[in-house]
Structure formats: structure tokens, C-alpha cells
Design a protein. Structure first.
Length: 505
């Protein structure tokens, strides 16, 4: 792999994200040769650490990748630590000197990646100082990577964006949505635009509905404090789910370049109907997990989790129906759902095609109106934990008579391929090194996503409708099933049935 040259300046270098995701991803890139001799990393945070201690932390954070002692030595010697208080202007001067020194030492051609792996309330201050204290290099590239949450509603996101725009142009800003780094999310475009049998049917004439499920089996774990202020709508729908919907709904880009794709994603998101308050009650459902049991394991309810207000009305589950008001999708619901403590971890997309116009396999004497429709063809895209797709088609059941039976053509990647597939963060960092913004979110996408979500949130906050609960280990409250059943449809993926049949739920 071709070597890339850059200095990484990581704000929040002692944090959990840096340790769990960034350092291992950088190491994987190092092993593959994407960064070799000409790179350096400055970790900054408040704590007083030495370079040596920082390097020990790096060594620990890559230990699960089984590095050899030689690899550890070669890799960690590129890491430097700088104690840093984000409000202190002088400390940015120290940082600037170190950056220039490392640039010279490792011959980095002035390329800089600033990574903000910390709470968003500091982003504005950091961006301002980066500019005023001349840490931006005047040769090579300057790029900014920022983590979610990008604001807590449209207004706060806009302010944040104005703040960082003071130092960086839009094409220098790389907003991470780690779902966009996932192999199968990227594969959505391959499935759609590489296969005429799908793309030519990809519209309201042939598709009955689309279902997107991002289910998690974990609860809020140690993040109760953050999560209780956020909830599932802001934590998962505003970003990951709407990004998936945009990729499924967008028009084919003319070329597969970041600019062309972004344009189409933005158009798709801008066509998502923004609901009036009275429409939210009909189209969106929230829920909170209560105590439950799965697989003979007791799970506590959300209100008993650490860091959560015992009277909290924060939702841990959301299901909803999105409508996309354009020619392609008129009348086709996109049902979405996501939640914590659901039956199983799984991200899946089900594209449900319309039935054939009539069911000709009926008895002559049967009234055509009383005969059920043919089972619908379904394209399923499995994002995680397994990766692949399946297609459900109808065939004839072997034997007497003419019974129709759905059969599933299944393609799942083998574990080997998955093991070798790069981690989302690794891909995204490499994309940023190369200046490819395809898998990052543009400000217009973020802004539109907040506008879609804000209306729903406002209704919940102002009207405080009933907050249904669902037992931990289930697929959400009954209201989620009713939401789709009132349209005469059902959720295609129901792993809870599998558990119930085996007495595990
Ligand atoms: C994050 C959310 O963005 O995505 C978490 O903040 C969630 O609450 C996580 O658990 C899910 O990501 P993944 O990759 O495990 O599906």
C-alpha cells in the first residue's frame, strides 16, 4: 500500500475512543504500510503524561492485535504526548512548536490531521485557537476529523458548525459517522448500482416498503449519563439511520465520487417529509426498556442503570415511518427502528417488493378477492454481525398440487473475509488521509437530519405522550408492531420469535 504522510494531532488523546478505536486503527494502517516512516501522532489532554507513559498506553491499546516487540517499537516511537488545556492560548504555542519539529523530523510535507475526540462543547474553542495560534500548516493539507454528537438539535449544530468553520472550510471537515465506514453499508451502493435487476425495480412501482433495523442487545453500559440526555432518536436516528436511508433512497450519482454522492444524499434527505406535531403521534413510537430476562439471564430496566435519572423519560427505542416525497418514492414507507436491550444485536435492511398483480395459483372456484396475495419478494442486506445479502423468491413446493413456497437465496461472507475486512475507523482514517470525503457527512446532511428529528423531539417534549415500556430482551414495545400493522404490514425481522420458540424468552 502506498505510504501517506501526515501529523495527527489528537485532542482527547487519553480518552476511551482514542484507546479503543483510534490507536488500534492507526496500528492496522501501519501494518498495511498506509503509514510507515513519515507519520507522527501528538496526543493531547489535560492529564500530565510523559511520552514514555503515552507509548505504554499505545502498546496496551494495540495488544489485542498481537504486535511483535519490533512492531511495537517501530510504531510507538512516532507517538508524542503534550499536556494541554484547551482554553490556554500559550499551550497552543507549545503545540505549534512541537508540530513543526515533528513535521521536520519525519518529513511530513506539512500535512496535518486534527482529530477532535472529545466533548463537542470544546470544539469551537479548539478551532479558534488552531487558527489564531497558526497551528494550521501553510503547506500540505489541513483536515479536521470530528466525532458525534454534532450538536443536540439544529440550532446547536449550526452554532457548532459556524465555530469550526472559522478555522476550516467545508472540504477540510470530515464528520465521522462510523456506520459509513462499515463494509456492508458501503456495499448498499454496490448492490443497488451494480445490479440492474435491483436498480431498475428500485422505485415506488415495484417496492412496497423498506425496513431499516439497528438493534442492539446491550443496554446503556457505562454511558448512562450521556445517553440519558440524548436518547435513541438523537443517538441513532439523526445520524446512522438517516444516513442509511439516504444511501437507500438517493438517485444514482453520475460518478462514484464524494461530490456526486453527497449531492444525491442531500437531495434524498431533503425530500424526507418533516412531520407536523399532530402527524408525529401517527408515525413515530418511542419506548424504554424495563426489566427483562433472555436466555435465562436477568436484565435490569433502564431506570435502574447507573447514571440514569430514576424518573427519566428518555427513550431507549424508536420506531417510525418516514415518507420520501419525490417521484421515485412517493407512497413508499421507510419503516425504521432502533433500540437498546433488544433481543439480538443486528443491523438489517429489508427491501420488500410488491406482490405480483394477481395470484393465479388459486382454485378456479375461489373468489379472487378472498385469495391472499403471493408472498412478497424480499431483498435483505445484512450489515452486522453477519455481512451479506439474501433474496426471498417464490417457488413451487415439491410434490402434489401447486403450493407456492418462499425460498431464500443466501449469501453471507465467511468469517475469514470478515476478519480481514478493515475496521470502520481504519477505513475512515485512511479515507481522510487520501482526502476522500465520500464516507463522511456534509454539513447539509447534518442540518437536514436535525430538521427531520427536531420536529419529532419537539412533539415528545411538548406533549409528553405516553412512554411505552418493553421488556429488556424484546424487539420493542407493542406499539411498534401496531405502527406497522395498521398499514397492513409487519416487521420482516423478528428474532424474538426464534427465542420464544426455544423457550429462551
Ligand atoms: C453509537 C451510539 O454511535 O453507535 C451508541 O452512540 C451505539 O449508543 C453505537 O451503541 C452502535 O454502533 P455499532 O457499530 O456497535 O452498531
Amino acid at each position: 500500500m502506498q505510504e501517506n504522510k501526515a501529523l495527527f494531532i489528537i485532542f482527547g488523546g487519553t480518552g476511551d475512543l482514542a484507546k479503543r478505536k483510534l490507536y488500534p486503527s492507526l496500528f492496522r494502517l501501519f501494518r498495511k504500510g498506509a503509514i510507515q516512516k513519515h507519520f507522527a501522532v501528538i496526543g493531547t489532554a489535560r492529564r500530565e503524561w510523559s511520552d514514555d507513559y503515552f507509548r505504554e498506553i499505545i502498546t496496551q491499546s494495540i495488544s489485542s492485535l498481537n504486535p511483535t516487540p519490533k512492531e511495537i517499537e517501530l510504531f510507538t516511537q512516532h507517538f508524542y504526548y503534550q499536556t494541554h488545556n484547551v482554553d490556554n492560548t500559550e499551550e497552543y504555542d507549545t503545540l505549534e512548536k512541537l508540530a513543526n519539529k515533528l513535521d521536520y523530523k519525519y518529513q511530513l510535507d506539512g500535512n496535518r490531521i486534527f482529530y477532535l475526540a472529545m466533548a463537542p462543547n470544546f470544539f469551537g474553542t479548539i478551532a479558534k485557537h488552531i487558527k489564531s495560534q497558526h497551528i494550521l500548516s501553510d503547506h500540505g493539507f489541513n483536515r479536521l476529523i470530528i466525532e458525534k454528537p454534532f450538536g443536540t438539535d439544529y440550532e446547536s449544530a449550526k452554532k457548532l458548525n459556524n465555530d469550526i468553520s472559522a478555522a476550516f472550510d467545508e472540504d477540510q471537515i470530515f464528520r465521522i459517522d462510523h456506520y459509513l465506514g462499515k463494509e456492508m453499508i458501503q456495499n448498499i451502493s454496490a448492490v443497488r448500482f451494480g445490479n440492474n435487476i435491483f436498480e431498475s425495480l428500485w422505485n415506488h412501482h415495484y417496492i412496497d416498503n423498506v425496513q431499516v433495523t439497528l438493534a442492539e442487545s446491550l443496554g446503556v453500559e457505562e454511558r448512562g449519563g450521556y445517553y440519558d440526555k440524548s436518547g435513541a432518536l438523537k443517538d441513532m436516528v439523526q445520524n446512522h439511520i438517516l444516513q442509511v436511508v439516504a444511501l437507500l433512497a438517493m438517485e444514482p450519482p453520475t460518478t462514484f465520487t464524494d461530490q456526486a454522492i453527497r449531492k444525491e444524499k442531500i437531495n434524498a434527505l431533503q425530500s424526507v417529509r418533516i412531520y407536523q406535531e399532530n402527524e408525529v403521534a401517527q408515525t413515530f413510537v418511542r419506548g424504554q426498556y424495563s426489566q427483562g430476562e433472555i436466555n435465562h439471564r436477568e436484565l435490569k430496566g433502564y431506570l435502574a442503570e447507573e447514571g440514569v435519572n430514576p424518573d427519566s423519560t428518555t427513550e431507549t427505542f424508536v420506531a417510525g415511518k418516514l415518507m420520501i416525497d419525490n417521484f421515485r418514492w412517493s407512497g413508499v414507507p421507510f419503516y425504521i427502528r432502533t433500540g437498546k436491550r433488544m433481543t439480538e444485536k443486528g443491523t438489517r435492511i429489508n427491501v420488500v417488493f410488491k406482490s405480483t398483480p394477481i395470484n393465479i395459483f388459486r382454485n378456479k372456484e375461489e373468489d379472487i378477492k378472498a385469495v391472499p396475495d403471493m408472498p412478497k419478494n424480499i431483498l435483505t442486506i445484512y450489515i452486522q454481525p453477519t455481512e451479506g445479502f439474501s433474496l426471498t423468491l417464490n417457488g413451487k413446493e415439491i410434490g402434489e398440487g401447486f403450493n407456492i413456497e418462499p425460498v431464500r437465496l443466501d449469501y453471507r461472507h465467511s468469517a475469514d473475509i470478515i476478519d480481514n475486512s478493515p475496521e470502520a475507523y481504519e477505513k475512515l482514517i485512511l479515507d481522510c488521509l487520501k482526502g476522500d470525503a465520500t464516507n463522511f457527512t456534509h454539513w447539509d446532511e447534518v442540518a437536514t437530519s436535525w430538521q427531520i428529528v427536531d420536529g419529532i423531539r419537539d412533539y415528545w417534549d411538548n406533549e409528553n405522550p405516553k412512554l411505552p415500556t418493553y421488556p429488556a430482551g424484546s424487539m420493542g414495545p407493542i406499539e411498534s408492531f401496531e405502527l406497522i400493522e395498521k398499514d397492513n404490514r409487519h416487521w420482516i425481522w423478528q428474532p424474538d420469535e426464534w427465542y420464544k420458540e426455544r423457550g429462551l424468552l
